[in-house]
Structures are given as structure tokens and as C-alpha cells.
Design a protein around this ligand. Structure first.
Ligand code: ADP
Ligand code: MG
Length: 916
């Protein structure tokens, strides 16, 4: 049977189908009694996705059906949303007991992956809804052609916290940059104008499809939502402002339209005005250390690179000892958006240092922070009307810790305790003076900025009872003394128990039945219960209500009167409580702006305290910023591996030094080429350099003895053999695209890591490409760069480029084989050790032996070849293409000075070469 034959349906099914027609793209949860039911294809989908039993509503018509209890629906819905489905909630709009005919039902909310509040969302995670808007000519996609007028706006909102941001890209490559930013955010949902496609600025499906596949849910929205006339005024109303200038959006219409479209979508799905979304942060990527999504992944900043690896391999996990969810989210965001303004970074160092030196106040501070729950999410729940009394109370009990936070923050802004000052080495006195001035700035500023919200806290605490029930349905939420009428009505209820006892007592005496009881239940109301044996003594004015096996239940006119009085009082109480609770809720929402500002202060305090705590715990040091593009690290450690090794009780991490200088007027190395066996520590050394820079530019202290660096504008990474295959492009193609980005966009301020470049293709091509890349980096880019490779041949480049320096990872050769020392030393590695590593890996001894034999023979013939050459530069022939070699040979031959015999000999030589 199909849904189409509508006339044959029951009225209930007709109601269902009408609701479903309005939301064809959502799974419709239809409230029936204590269940939400799904029908037809929705039922099949839900039963498959949620593993719940599929039944039929109506056996002979066989309407597929499945359902979940309404009180457990939240979890089921969250699971569907995480899988990318949309869910429409169709609720009963009147009390079924009071409905005359069929209960009126309406869709009250549409939940989508990007707008729903997922109760299981981890504290540090964000749930972004994103919108992209493209202004320009869609026929000249900026991804390729790059018309200057094109601009791409990106806006995104985490409705669960009210975090709302926008940015805009313009000029050539704008769309590609926008896509990169989008992929780094990994939004749960992307909305786009229905008639234009999800990312109309990029027309090339080969580029777009694999990338878009990573964006789980893409939702088309009516085009009008993306029109300037509609979206911009809507955004202004939401932000309560007549102009977008104050939000930095005045000259960024594409970003403003994308933001307006988000507001439209949120309002239409939530059927709420989302009052907590009252500000928007416009930013430019150039305001931060730029980390593209490839680099963020390669460096495992927030997500592990491999799915089977635990989260402990991420820098986020290593650096998270934050006490509040807001702090955790700020840490995560800061990892992806480190700073570039030296003054801001220095201010953070100073703040961290102050808290690091003052253990007592730092610990006090962290203790009070631990009592603060997720202010942003509580506020969002309250503002979206999905909060119960306990959420509001949780907000208050969090606010209660703010005065202590304020006190500790203020204490940190005052001069240090004499004890800690005395322990400082005497030579550092002048430094300490500047430190005091600096410390005053952050901690006293934040203490001044932190609004402890005591008025709001007091209002909530005095309105609600200390332990309210989960919902408002039964009342009992509002404290005594708040509303005189409520107090009166409640006294009827409580005096009720005394009245019942009085009635019971009197009736027992009147009838002489000692076992007579006055009781209440929700179906029959108040009644008098008499056991069978006492029935003869029942007075005539008793009215029979119900017969049980051993007893009869009666009522009397007095009891009926009483019942009405009590029940109306109760209903009235619940009504009053609902009104008072709504007023309290409104008061919280009115203060949304203050709460959000306080929450932002708390996040910042938590982050700085976290850095101070880790610095002190793990002996991290304060980095020094230098105007020159250098990177100098003494005894640096990889923060994540160091922690993992400590946890496993393994050997200690071996610290290493690093020095790079990309300045124009020095002869120092700007490119380090690291060779050595696999497992020697090359990749670790590379990543460590980038991680330390990222930590430093977040304002954190770093695991090293000393670090001096010039601000980095962008970190690039190209790390071989990753799992990009999953994205449908060959590893080699990915590698070359990433390398192209580096060579085309890096500046002298950038830091570049190239790890095992050229692995994805034949040795020959790979080596040639790596060679050319290194040349280009040295000649044209001049950035600070680290290059790890297993191609020994590349070490010869040092002869051509004085600013390329060879390093190698040290190994010790023992009689049992090789031992990795994980120490980085000057100069190229002397040999490759591939066979030694294979032996360590357990390859059969016979295979190892044979491999050594083959290698020896190969080396002998190689030596022979090399010896035959006279020109040192021709030692490179073993990887120069044959035709190129012949061409080079001819080019350098001066025919005029050649005798005919020499010419013949040359010809002979070239022929031998071709034959090999
Ligand atoms: P490569 O890139 O040379 O193959 P890796 O950098 O991947 O080597 O290092 C291999 C392993 O060696 C790492 O997983 C780590 O456990 C260990 N290691 C690397 N560097 C160090 C170090 N400095 N101190 C201690 N162990 C290290
Ligand atoms: Mg490696």
C-alpha cells in the first residue's frame, strides 16, 4: 500500500501524512501517547539505523512502523543526527484527556546535524553549522581563473555555545582557501542556496567531490535566504544593531549574507529566535598563524592521524589540563589559530609566567574554575527553551564560583610573594621588574573585565528550590516566599494532609470501622476504602466508586468538594510556577550578553592557568621572540612523544637542538636536510620544530631549554605516505598538490616541513622532484625549512647551496646490530642502514644475508661508474635522466676544439652509455 491513497487512511494517518508532506526530507517523529512513532520509509530507515524492531501499525494495510519511548527519544534522535539525518518532531498540541476528537498535532522543531544540541557532544568539541556565499560570476570560477571581483564568504555558528564567526576570501584562489578553511572546521552541516549547488565557486568535480565528501550533511536552502535584501537585515536584527560595521562586516557582504542565511536557517528549524546568538566575530586568516587542514592533520593538533590511534597522540590532549569546558574549547581553537602579533603573544607569556610563579593562587584559581560548568551550553539550552529547572540551577551554582575566581585572578596581579622573589637568581632582578609590569596588565585587566554576575546568581537561587525536579510538569520548582499566591495555594495542599487525617479519624468513629482508610490515586482521586467484612456498617450517604477483590471504595460529598479544591489548587500552583519559571528564564536570556562575556573571560583565565600549570609541572620555558626569521631551539623535546614515553615508563626522550635562519643577510642555514635510517627520529625532529612554534605562538611555554624564534606566518607540512588514499586521490597526486601549494605560496616568514618527499613514485622521479624542490626552496622561497629524506644523493646539494646544511640521526653500530640514539648530529648520514632496520624488524637471516650480498655487488658497480667520471658534478649521473645526461654531455662539448678521433670516441662513449 502506498502513502498516496490518502482517503482510505484513518484520520490519524491523514494527520501524519499532512505533517510528513511539509517535511519530506526529515524523519518524522510522531507523538502517539508515550511514544514517538515513525511510519513508512522513515520507519524502515530508523529501524535499520537505530536497531529497533520494525512492526506494522495496521496489520492488513501493513504500514511499517517503529517507535521509541518519548522520554528516551533524545538519545535516539542524537544518534540519527550524528549519522547525518534530519528529524522533525511532531508533538501533541493539546492534552489528550481534554481533546474532543483527534488530538491536534504540529511539527514543533526540526533538528538537523548542525543545529541540534547533542547531549553527548564532548566539552571541547564544537558543532558547527556553516554557510558559504559566493559573490562574483559563477561562469568564471575563482578557483581556476581568479577574477579579482570574486569573493567567497564563510560563516559558521555553534548553536550549542553561540560561537558565531565569519570570514571572507577574495581574489584568485578564494574558493579554494574557503574550502580549506571549511574542511579544517569540519562542520556538521553546510547550507547552500538550492539553485546553485554546495560550492558553486568550484566547478571542477574532480577537485570538489572528494573534499565535499568529508562534509557529512549538506542542506539546500531556499535561494532567498542568501539574498542581500533578506539576509543582511535579518542578521542586523539578530545582532541588535543597525549596522554591521561594529562587527567588522561592513565591507564584507559575502560573509554577512552567509551569516544571515545561517540565522534564517536556525530560526526556521528551531522555531526560536536563538537570543543567545547576539554577536559575531569577523576574522581574517592573516590575523593568525595559518595552518591549513593538511598541516593540522599531519601534526595531529586536535585529531589523531590514524583512526585506530587514540586521542592521546594529539597535541590537544597533551596540552589539556583545563578545568572548564570553555577553557578546553578555547585551547582547541587556539591550537588551530595561534597568534602572530608579538605584543599579544608576549602578554600571554607574561600572564603565564605570573601564574607559574605563584603556585598557591594558581591552585586556588584552578580549584574554583573546576566548579564552573559549561556556561555557554547552559545558556544556549535556556535560550532555546530546552532547559529544565536543573539547568537554570546549574547555571547559578556555576556563577557562584565567580567571586573566588575573581579573587585569585586579582591576587595574581599583585606583586609576587617575597618567598618566590627570593628564590629567583639575583642576576634576574631587572627582568623581574618588567615581569611585574607585564603581569599587572593581563591579570588585573581580566579581573576588571570579569563580571561576577552576582545579581543573576542571587535571583536564580532565591527563585528556585535547592533540588528541583527534572521538569516543571508536577510543580515543586519555585521556592517558598517568591509568590504569595503560590504560598497560599501550597498551604491548602499541606494542610490537606491534616484534613485527610481528620476526616479519616471522624469517619472511623462515626462508622465504628477501625480499618477505614482515606486514600488518593491519580485515576479515582480521593476515596474511602472499606474491607469486604465491614461492608454492612457502611452509612447510607457513602457513594460506591469501585469494587476490588477484598474491598469497596466509596466517596462522600465532603470528600468530592475537598478533592476539587485540592486539585484546582494544584493546577493553579503549576500554572504559577510555569509563569515564574518563564520569567526567570527570560531574565537569564536578557543577560545573555553578560554571561557570554563572562564565559569568554573564564575561558581565557582557564587557558592561561592551564599553560602555567603545565609549564611548572613539565619544566617548559618561556620562548623569546626575535625580529629576524630565525628558529633556535636548545634541547627541544617533542611534547606529545615525551609524554607518551613517560606514561609508558620507557626510556627518556632525547632532546635535540635546532638552528635555522632565513634572514637575507646571513650565511646561516635556512634549510636543514636530515638523513639517516628509518626509525632514527627524523620525522619526530621535524614535527617537534613545528609543534614548538605553534605552542609558542599560542602563548604557551615550550618543552626546551631555550627557544628564540621570529614570528611564523604559516606552517606547511608535506608528510609522506599518509592515509589520503581514502579521499580518492593517489598519494602521489596529493603529495604533488601539497608541494605545489608550498612552493607557490610560502614566504620568508614561513616554516616548511618536507618529510620523505617523493616516496609516492619511482625512486628516480621522486629523487628528481625532491632535488628540484630543494633547489627552488633555496633559490626562490628562502623560508625556514626542514627536509627529511632517505635519498642520500640529496646530501650533495650542500656543495651547491651554502645555506643548506646536512644533519643526520645518529646510530650506534654494535655487534648485535644498530642502536638508534635519536640524536641529531652535524653532517650527512654515512650510509643507509635499510638492511639493519630490516633485521631489527625480524626479516629471516637468509634474506638479510642475501640482501647484503646484492647491495655489495650494486655498490661495487656504482663505484666503478663513479670512478669513470672525471667531472665531480657528474657524480650525480646515477639519477640524472639518460637523455639529459647525453644532452648535457653534448652541450659541454666544444666541437671546434675536438679532433676527429676525439669526436668518434665521444660518439662511442655515448653509445655505450645508452646500452648501459
Ligand atoms: P624516522 O622518521 O627517522 O623514521 P621517527 O621520527 O618516526 O623516525 O621516530 C621513530 C621512533 O623513534 C618514534 O616513534 C619515537 O618513539 C622514537 N624517537 C624519535 N625521536 C626520539 C627522541 N628524540 N627521543 C626518544 N625517542 C625518539
Ligand atoms: Mg619518518
Amino acid at each position: 500500500m502506498s502513502e498516496a491513497t490518502i482517503e482510505t487512511h484513518t484520520p490519524l494517518m491523514r494527520q501524519y501524512l499532512a505533517a510528513k508532506r511539509q517535511h519530506p526530507d526529515a524523519l518524522l517523529f510522531f507523538r502517539l501517547g508515550d511514544f514517538y512513532e515513525l511510519f513508512f520509509d522513515d520507519a524502515k530507515t530508523a529501524s535499520r539505523e537505530l536497531q529497533i524492531t520494525l512492526t506494522a501499525r495496521d496489520k492488513e494495510r501493513s504500514v511499517p512502523m517503529c517507535g521509541v519511548p518519548y522520554h528516551a527519544a533524545e538519545n535516539y534522535i542524537a544518534r540519527l543526527l550524528r549519522k547525518g539525518f534530519r528529524v522533525a518532531i511532531c508533538d501533541q498540541m493539546e492534552d489528550p484527556k481534554l481533546a474532543k476528537k483527534i488530538v491536534r498535532r504540529e511539527v514543533t522543531r526540526v533538528l538537523t546535524p548542525g543545529t541540534a544540541l547533542d547531549p553527548a557532544l564532548a566539552a571541547e568539541q564544537s558543532n558547527y553549522l556553516a554557510a558559504v556565499h559566493f559573490i562574483g560570476s559563477p561562469t568564471a570560477p575563482s578557483f581556476r581563473a581568479g577574477a579579482d571581483t570574486d569573493s567567497v564568504g564563510l560563516a559558521y555558528l555553534d548553536l550549542s555555545t553561540g560561537d558565531f564567526r565569519a570570514t571572507e576570501f577574495s581574489g584568485p584562489g578564494a574558493a579554494a582557501q574557503c574550502l580549506d578553511e571549511l574542511l579544517r572546521l569540519v562542520p556538521s552541516e553546510l547550507i547552500f542556496p538550492a539553485s546553485r549547488g554546495p560550492f558553486c565557486a568550484i566547478s571542477d568535480p574532480a577537485t570538489l567531490d572528494p573534499l565535499l565528501a568529508q562534509l557529512k550533511t549538506r542542506t539546500p536552502v531556499d535561494d532567498f535566504a542568501f539574498s542581500a535584501d533578506f539576509a543582511i537585515p535579518l542578521l542586523q536584527r539578530q545582532l541588535g544593531s543597525h549596522s554591521l560595521e561594529g562587527f567588522g562586516l561592513a565591507n564584507h557582504p559575502a560573509a554577512a549574507i552567509a551569516a544571515g542565511a545561517i540565522i534564517h536557517y536556525v530560526r526556521s528549524t528551531q522555531q526560536s529566535d536563538a537570543g543567545h546568538v547576539d554577536s559575531l566575530h569577523f576574522y581574517r586568516r592573516a590575523e593568525h598563524l595559518h595552518l591549513d587542514q593538511v598541516t593540522a592533520r599531519n601534526l595531529e593538533l586536535v585529531e589523531p592521524l590514524f583512526f585506530d590511534a587514540g586521542p592521546e597522540t594529539t597535541l590537544y590532549r597533551t596540552m589539556d589540563a583545563c578545568c572548564t569546558p570553555m577553557g578546553k574549547r578555547l585551547l582547541r581553537a587556539s591550537l588551530l589559530r595561534p597568534m602572530i602579533a608579538p605584543a599579544a603573544i608576549e602578554a600571554r607569556y607574561a600572564a603565564v609566567d605570573a601564574a607559574r610563579l605563584d603556585l598557591i593562587h594558581r591552585e586556588e584559581l584552578r580549584r574554583s574554575l573546576s566548579g564552573i560548568l559549561d556556561l555557554d551550553r547552559l545558556l544556549a539550552r535556556i535560550s532555546l527553551d530546552s532547559a529544565g529547572p536543573r539547568d537554570v540551577l546549574a547555571l547559578a551554582s556555576s556563577l557562584r564560583h565567580l567571586p573566588e575566581v575573581l579573587k585569585s585572578a586579582a591576587a595574581l596581579s599583585s606583586p609576587p610573594e617575597p618567598a618566590s622573589a627570593a628564590s629567583a637568581p639575583s642576576g634576574s632582578v631587572p627582568e623581574r621588574c618588567t615581569l611585574n609590569a607585564e603581569r599587572l596588565s593581563f591579570w588585573s585587566q581580566i579581573a576588571a573585565a570579569l563580571d561576577p554576575l552576582d545579581d543573576l546568581c542571587a535571583a536564580i537561587c532565591s527563585t528556585l528550590v535547592p533540588e528541583p525536579p527534572l521538569t516543571l510538569a508536577e510543580g515543586g520548582v519555585i521556592a517558598a516566599g517568591v509568590d504569595p499566591e503560590l504560598d497560599d495555594l501550597r498551604s491548602i495542599g499541606s494542610s490537606g494532609r491534616a484534613s485527610i487525617a481528620a476526616i479519616e479519624d471522624r469517619e472511623r468513629r462515626r462508622t465504628g470501622i477501625a480499618s477505614l482508610k482515606v486514600r488518593f490515586n491519580s485515576v479515582f482521586g480521593y476515596y474511602i476504602e472499606i474491607t469486604k467484612s465491614n461492608l454492612p456498617s457502611v452509612p447510607a450517604d457513602y457513594e460506591r466508586k469501585q469494587t476490588l477483590v477484598n474491598a469497596e471504595r466509596f466517596t462522600t460529598p465532603e470528600l468530592k468538594d475537598y478533592e476539587t479544591k485540592v486539585l484546582t489548587a494544584q493546577e493553579r500552583c503549576v500554572e504559577i510556577e510555569k509563569r515564574l519559571f518563564a520569567a526567570l528564564r527570560a531574565r537569564v536570556v536578557e543577560n545573555a550578553g553578560r554571561i557570554r562575556r563572562t564565559s569568554a573571560c573564564v575561558a581565557e583565565i582557564d587557558l592561561v592557568a592551564n599553560f602555567a600549570h603545565l609549564a611548572s609541572l613539565r619544566s617548559y620555558i618561556r620562548p623569546r621572540i626575535d625580529p629576524a626569521p630565525i628558529l633556535e631551539i636548545a634541547a627541544g623535546r617533542h611534547p606529545v612523544i615525551e609524554r607518551l614515553m613517560e606514561d609508558q615508563g620507557d626510556a627518556r626522550f632525547v632532546p635535540n637542538d635546532l638552528f635555522l635562519d632565513a634572514g637575507p643577510n646571513t650565511s646561516h642555514a635556512s634549510l636543514l636536510l636530515i638523513t639517516g635510517p628509518n626509525m632514527g627520529g627524523k620525522s619526530t625532529y621535524l614535527r617537534q620544530a613545528a609543534l614548538l612554534v605553534i605552542l609558542a605562538q599560542m602563548g604557551s611555554f615550550v618543552p626546551a631549554q631555550r627557544m628564540t624564534y621570529g614570528i611564523v606566518d604559516r606552517v606547511y607540512t608535506r608528510i609522506g605516505a599518509s592515509d589520503n588514499l581514502a579521499r580518492g586521490r593517489s598519494t602521489f597526486m596529493v603529495e604533488m598538490t601539497e608541494t605545489a601549494t608550498i612552493l607557490n605560496t610560502a614566504t620568508t616568514q614561513s616554516l616548511i616541513l618536507l618529510d620523505e618527499m617523493g616516496r609516492g613514485t619511482s625512486t628516480f622521479d621522486g629523487l628528481a622532484l625532491a632535488w628540484a624542490t630543494l633547489e627552488h626552496l633555496q633559490r626562490h622561497v628562502g623560508a625556514r625549512a626542514l627536509f627529511a629524506t632517505h635519498y642520500h644523493e640529496l646530501t650533495m646539494l650542500a656543495e651547491q647551496f651554502p645555506r643548506l646544511k646536512n644533519l643526520h640521526v645518529e646510530v650506534k653500530e654494535t655487534t648485535q646490530g644498530i642502536v638508534f640514539l635519536h640524536r641529531i648530529e652535524q653532517g650527512p648520514a654515512n650510509r643507509s642502514y635499510g638492511i639493519d632496520v630490516a633485521r631489527l624488524a625480524g626479516l629471516p637471516p637468509a634474506v638479510i644475508q642475501r640482501a647484503r650480498q646484492v647491495l655489495k655487488e650494486h655498490e661495487r658497480s656504482e663505484r666503478h661508474n663513479v670512478a669513470a667520471e672525471t667531472e665531480p658534478s657528474l657524480q650525480l649521473t646515477m639519477f640524472t635522466p639518460l637523455s639529459q645526461r647525453i644532452l648535457d654531455r653534448l652541450a659541454e662539448t666544444d666541437i671546434d676544439s675536438l679532433t676527429p678521433l676525439q669526436a668518434l670516441n665521444l660518439l662511442e662513449e655515448l653509445k655505450t652509455e645508452i646500452r648501459g
